[in-house]
Design a protein around this ligand. Sequence first.
Ligand SMILES: Nc1nc2c(ncn2[C@@H]2O[C@H](COP(=O)(O)OP(=O)(O)OP(=O)(O)O)[C@@H](O)[C@H]2O)c(=O)[nH]1
Length: 315
Amino acid sequence: MATNLENKITAINATLCQWLAVDEDQILGQHIKALLTKPSQILFLGNILPTLQQNQKTEENYLQFKVQGAQPQPFMVNVKQIEHDGRMYFSYALMKMDRRYLIEEQLIKERKRAEEISREKERLNCELQSAQQQLIVKQDELLRLNKTLQLLTVTDSLTGLPNRRAYDQEIERKLAYFKRHQRCFCLIIFDIDRFKHVNDTFGHDSGDSVLKQIAKVLQVTIREIDVLARIGGEEFAIILPNTGLQTAAEVAERCRSSIHHATFVCGQVTASFGVADSHKNDSKEDIYRRADESLYQAKQQGRNQVVMTSTVECQ
Ligand SMILES: Nc1nc2c(ncn2[C@@H]2O[C@H](COP(=O)(O)OP(=O)(O)OP(=O)(O)O)[C@@H](O)[C@H]2O)c(=O)[nH]1
């Protein structure tokens, strides 16, 4: 609907005519207040019109329109001033209140739904975060277990020393390093003397306790960079990096003496030592064989002694 600035109706559409049960001809040229109930006329003239004249627009006004032969009908009314063909008009947009209620209800429902979705999203985000944290914890746990497992595969369970597998890996590393840098290293192999007798006389547990004590005694006798490993039942190896044969023999002698002077559950225990140094193009079997031959010789010569394979390569 439109009026001129004197508020006389200049246009009205068919729908509004139908709603108000009036004819277009009947309405055109009339003052707009003719369509309103008394209270709405007062509201329009006292409030809405001054606002419209001042701001050229006014929104969300509630007015009761008369309906011929029926009860008045409430409308929500937005008005703005417009120009058409060089003339100024007030353009009215009317919305039936029942329709407005419907839209508002729908809007409220949509807002509630949006809030629910946002809450659900937040809840899912929290769940996701907690699942991610749990995943991190599990991954850490797995990493720790893997490390433990890895450690177990290279550790002798009785003494806690590196086992045969760790010894093999270490000797391979030392041989590779020796090939690249010509830095000599030595291998000491030692074996407890008459250990069968210890087991037979004092029992297997006492034998185990001797093995553990020897590991402890020797760990404080050698340098930190030396690797002490249990490579067989009562056979041990010490890998000494950057060490010549003479020094290795002195270390072996120190170890022999430490064992000899220690007190074990079964009393005194001795061990025999074989020492060998690294040669050019050695395999791990080569150096082991030379150290083992020396050890065999030490056993043959009466045990509780150190024998080294003489060499000129690393002196
Ligand atoms: N208690 C205990 N005994 C072990 C273990 N591993 C090997 N032995 C024992 O070590 C003994 C080694 O005996 P032998 O090979 O005859 O050598 P030995 O008695 O030490 O004699 P020599 O080496 O010639 O001085 C055997 O009785 C094995 O059962 C172990 O983990 N614990």
